[in-house]
Design a protein around this ligand. Structure first.
Ligand code: TRP
Length: 339
């Protein structure tokens, strides 16, 4: 007998440039979640087109991302890993939901407002960027999703998804499950190494602020050793984001990769100097990254395996999403080809 598990839907845009911040905030939880939820892990390649330019190596980034999913322990026998554009139901529902969404509610989306500002005035804002949250709603609603793990920046999109689903359900009955955001409860947000008051970001111009999962190990050690601490005398290691942002950030990193909570680490680290502490963080992180990179490269070199994973994922995702789409179409009075 299969036990009932809630559905969890997660997606990331394809990118080969994943940082330890992304890993600790998001990807680290993926393998554990597969045991508690029916997980759908999607590579949002259609979303990536909203910021596409002819230099985007989309194909490479997509294959890189599948390899990262697998290297992080997502198991295709337990979870469904698929590429958004392989499941045409997403675009189909996207159009339908466009017709149940309001222009004014999309104009209120913070991410749209921000991305629009970043574009310089020679670059026009494409309609896809405006429509982005509705495609995201379609992704989520097709699978009768209960939970969506997201960062705080995406919470507004989940609220919009709920509003659209609620509006549709009020007109046509219980068609869509209303999803809940699953905001990472420990809230660990990894900060820049040299400016620990701002979030670590892959687009930082100063690469010493950021550690990428694929950084070579010697540069990882150097970056940790150069990271900003503080000048408290005598130096003591404790967790205080306000007064000791650098030390607290290193503690967060160490805690995430060793799976030990910060209180336990603090007991172990009592009485040591900052330099020794950095050595410990650098050592743990480099061992961790070495293992992760080895596994990543094994998957990345086997393109036929990657294709098999997403082929099987697409078949399963289509089966599940088609049910919802058929239901929607029939409620709308669209004529079915088959019955
Ligand atoms: N917008 C998300 C991001 O950039 C990616 C995404 C696309 C997503 N569709 C989704 C996330 C559905 C959660 C649910 O991070």
């Amino acid at each position: 007998m299969t036990s009932f598990k809630p559905v969890l839907f997660s997606a990331i845009q394809p990118s080969g440039n994943i940082t330890i911040g992304n890993y600790i905030g998001t990807m680290r939880h993926w393998s554990k979640m597969q045991n508690d939820y029916n997980c759908f892990y999607c590579i949002a390649d259609l979303h990536a087109l909203t910021t596409y330019n002819k230099h985007s190596c989309l194909k490479k980034s997509i294959l890189d991302t599948i390899s990262f999913y697998l290297a992080c322990g997502v198991d295709p026998n337990k979870s469904i890993i698929f590429i958004q554009s392989h499941v045409y139901q997403h675009s189909q529902l996207n159009w339908i939901l466009n017709c149940f969404s309001q222009f004014s509610e999309l104009l209120r989306m913070n991410q749209f407002k921000m991305k629009r500002q970043i574009k310089n005035r020679y670059e026009k804002t494409n309609v896809g960027l405006f429509n982005y949250p509705i495609l995201m709603a379609s992704d989520i609603l097709l699978y009768q999703t209960n939970f969506v793990p997201v960062g705080r920046d995406q919470k507004q999109h989940i609220e919009l998804t709920r509003n659209i689903a609620y509006r549709f359900n009020s007109l046509y009955g219980d068609i869509f499950t209303l999803p809940e955001p699953l905001i990472n409860e420990c809230g660990s947000k990894i900060m820049s190494l040299l400016e620990p008051n701002k979030k670590m970001s892959k687009s930082d111009i100063n690469k010493n602020n950021v550690i990428f999962l694929l950084d070579d190990i010697s540069s990882v050690i150097l970056k940790i050793k150069q990271s900003m601490t503080d000048s408290e005398q005598p130096c003591r290691i404790y967790y205080d984001i306000e007064r000791k942002p650098g030390i607290s950030n290193l503690l967060e990193i160490l805690s995430a990769i060793t799976n030990k909570n910060i209180d336990i680490l603090l007991k172990e680290l009592q009485g040591i100097m900052y330099r020794e502490f950095k050595d410990i963080v650098a050592d743990s992180l480099s061992k961790f990254l070495y293992k992760m990179q080895k596994s990543y490269i094994n998957y990345r070199c086997d393109e036929s395996y990657l294709k098999k994973v997403v082929y099987e994922g697409a078949i399963k995702a289509r089966l599940k999403s088609e049910k919802t789409l058929q239901n929607v179409c029939s409620k709308l009075g669209l004529v079915s080809l088959f019955k």
